[in-house]
Design a protein around this ligand. Structure first.
Ligand code: COA
Length: 169
């Protein structure tokens, strides 16, 4: 839990935030998936999620949240209606912090902000997918009360990777 005295804020991203989002995406995804997703594929994914793509996501009204610490953007999350049909109506699609800002409570703060936004939209129940190899994320979701519901496999860059759905009722 973050101290109430810290200068931390979560807000909806604006078009002008697109370059910062592209930068956070690249840095965090490289740190998280190096050695898991094949290098070339990972770099292609990062290229595809550049400034233009973030601009169009924000313009399209997608729910993109930024977390700021002392005025610096240190992470983002995207969330909305669950992609799969089922009991859990809300989904956090992505939640990523810059490596230097992980492990001090920002993730939990951002997670709770997502939950509030999903509650406001009356999306009951939450689902989040994580690669099984991403044990840091799995521990984080477990610690926040998420429990694994189901797992499946996806081919990413020619590699078969297991992903696990964590859910909250
Ligand atoms: C996953 C992520 C968002 C978590 O945010 P964070 O700021 O690092 O986590 P917090 O400091 O808020 O931790 C919240 C709780 O989870 C636990 N936790 C977080 N990461 C953990 C880890 N790697 N191992 C064990 N526990 C962990 C913390 O101990 C804390 O529990 P506590 O309140 O009982 O102390 C962040 O680490 C991150 O961006 N990781 C890389 C990207 C990623 O994997 N995103 C998820 C993709 S599915």
């Amino acid at each position: 839990m973050l101290s109430a005295s810290l200068d931390v804020d979560v807000r909806r991203a604006r078009i002008a935030d697109a370059p910062a989002l592209a930068e956070i995406f690249g840095e965090s995804w490289r740190a998280t998936y190096r050695g898991v997703i094949p290098h070339n594929h990972l770099e292609n994914m990062i290229r595809r999620r550049g400034t233009a793509r973030w601009r169009s996501s924000i313009r399209a009204g997608e729910l993109v949240l930024l977390i700021e610490y002392e005025g610096k953007n240190v992470g983002y999350a995207t969330c909305g209606t669950a992609r799969s049909r089922g009991a859990h109506k809300g989904e956090i699609y992505e939640i990523y912090l810059l490596p230097d800002y992980q492990g001090v409570g920002f993730g939990e703060y951002l997670f709770e902000a997502c939950r509030c936004r999903l509650d406001e939209r009356r999306l009951k129940g939450l689902i989040v997918w994580a690669l099984a190899e991403n044990t840091g994320a799995a521990n984080f979701y477990w610690q926040l009360g998420g429990r694994p519901l189901v797992s499946s496999y996806e081919r990413i860059g020619g590699v078969r990777l297991e992903k696990i759905a964590f859910t909250w009722d």
